[in-house]
Structures are given as C-alpha cells and as structure tokens.
Design a protein around this ligand. Sequence first.
Ligand code: KQY
Length: 364
Amino acid sequence: MKILHSEPSCDGFRMPAEFSRHYGCIMIWPHRRDSWQYGAYEARKAFAEVIKVIAKSEKVIVCARYDDYDSARSMLPDNVRIIEMESDDSWARDVAPTFVTNGSVIRGIDWGFNAWGGLKDGLYFPWDKDNKMARKLCDSLDADCYDQRDFILEGGSIHTDGEGTLLTTEACLLSKGRNPDLSKEEIEEKLKKTLGIQKIIWLKCGIYNDETNEHIDNICAFTAPGEVVLAWTDDTDDPQYAMSKSCLDILENTTDAKGRPIKVHKLPLPKPVCITQKECDGLDDLNGEPTRIPGERLAASYVNFYIANHSVICPQFGDDNDQQAIAILSRLFPDREVVGIQARDILIGGGNIHCITQQIPFFD
Ligand code: KQY
C-alpha cells in the first residue's frame, strides 16, 4: 500500500454514488459499553441482521477487536470475513476510508477523525484507534491511501450522486469542532479536489438532536442522479418541521452539477423515538457522566438506509410509518428488495444503518 499526498481528483479519481455497484461493505462489531446498552448484546443482534442481508449481494468485512472476535464469529455467517482490528466504537461510515475510483482501481481516503468534534463538542476521548482504522483498512484491502488527516471529515457528513454533486449540511461541516480555521469556500475546495465534485449543495441542518452536528445521511440521500429522499414531518409543532422545510426550500431552488433540478421525495419520519429508563440503565457512564438521559429524543430517521447491490436496508422503529417508508423506497429502487430491520438498538448508539456501513466500490 502506498500513502499518497496528492489530491484524488488531480489523479483522475472520484467518489462513486452509493447506488453504483459495490465490491463490498465494511462494518465494525459493536462493543463500547457507554454507547450500546447491556454490553452491546442487543446491538450485536441488530448488526448481525443487517450484515446477513448485505452479505447476500456483496462481500461484508467486519472489524472486531481481539476480545470480540469469538462473539462476531459465532453470530455471523461463514461468508462474512472478520478481521481483527482495534476500534473505539463502531461507526464504519465515519472511520473507514471513503473510497474513490478511476474506473479500474480503487483508492481510500484517510480523513482526520476526532469523534465528531474533538475536545470542543466531540462524543468521546480518546479516539486514536478509530482514527487509525482507515489506513489499516486500506492496507488490508491492498488499496493505496490518500493522506487527508489534516482535514476532519466523517463519511456520514457527505452524500454524492457520483456525477459531480455532493450534499452536506452547514451545521456539521462548519461546526467549530472540525475545521475551525477553514472558511466555507476552503472546505468546498477541499471536497471538490478530494472527491471529484463540481457542485456542493449545502443544506443548513439535519435531524433534530442529532449528536453528529446533524450529518447529511440522516436527513437527505440520493436515490438516483437528480433525485433525493428528504426526512419529513407535517407536524408544524415539531422542531423538525422547520428544519426539514428549510432543506426542502434549498433543494427545490437549486440544480445539480449537470444542471438538473432536484426531484425531492418526502420520506415521513417516525413519531419521536425517546430512550427509556431501562435502556439508560444498561449504558455505562462516560467520565462519570451518563451518556443518555431517560426521555431524551433520539435522531430516528428512515433516511439512514444502506444501498447494497441487490437490496436497500431500511431502519424500522415499530412505528406506523415503518411500512410506508418501505413502500416509498421500494418505488424508488425498483431493482432492489427493500428490507426493513428493527433498528432501535442501533439508534440508541446515536446513529443508524447507514452510519454503521461503508461501501467499497467495485474493482476488477
Ligand atoms: O451517525 C453517525 N454517523 C455516527 C453516530 C455516532 C454516535 C456516537 N455516539
């Protein structure tokens, strides 16, 4: 594996869309006791459900700590590859490489990772094991690796259509805990050069109470070039209403890199999902403080789905809108089976199915 110090787009590389063909998917076996209730047992069952569906149509590589290898091996099918790797938590979207391709080979980008805001408003310390994973994964895949560690970025904060357009949120990328010395224009330039992007669509915000500073992958996602789903509520008393409306206004008044208007499909939100006393009791404290408070609203959204080669894996919350979310996504992805998975035990950790996955584009 070579470490590269050039810019991917200058070398002819760009980030493909998630709906392009994959070689596989990277995930991390959950273990952190202040993220996952009761020793992560329920979370492991939910992760295993997700893994089994993805593994039907692409290779799944699961990183497990030395102590967790036996648990992962006993709960996962034989066709899943498990590699031993230390991690601080289990958010592959944010700590695995972002892969770029030139059409024949793939390379990984190793961004800086500081647990969603470092000492300013990050979610844990230390995060050094997570921050080393992108490079180690490039090594194990024999993919050359772009060193972009001086720029803090998580995969959950960007979505691309693979045709030159990138979606992100100001709340996240302009947050003070990430790249406080860079202007919005400098951040744009960095994204364009690294990911092969011509146009960036900046939404102002994401999902209410999203502790990642409102990642894009919980509020809005491309389903095809020129088409997105947007998390939506009609309840004007919900603080999410004004947030989703502001995103809609931006999306309806812009065009993508190819000059196309954006077709917006509203994906209804579940009713507010709040953590219970019992769930909080199963979480360890972090530095003597609880990580969640009973009754706290979690950032639940159906937009946090993963697009695999033959399926779309969509979170379910035991809500009246679960079926409607599946029906809408089935219409938008006619060539894939939309599979719902009960995801409350992933949501308790602070993210969802998209956040625990990172696709590896197809390579020959
Ligand atoms: O949403 C994500 N991409 C990650 C969520 C991290 C939450 C940590 N508690």
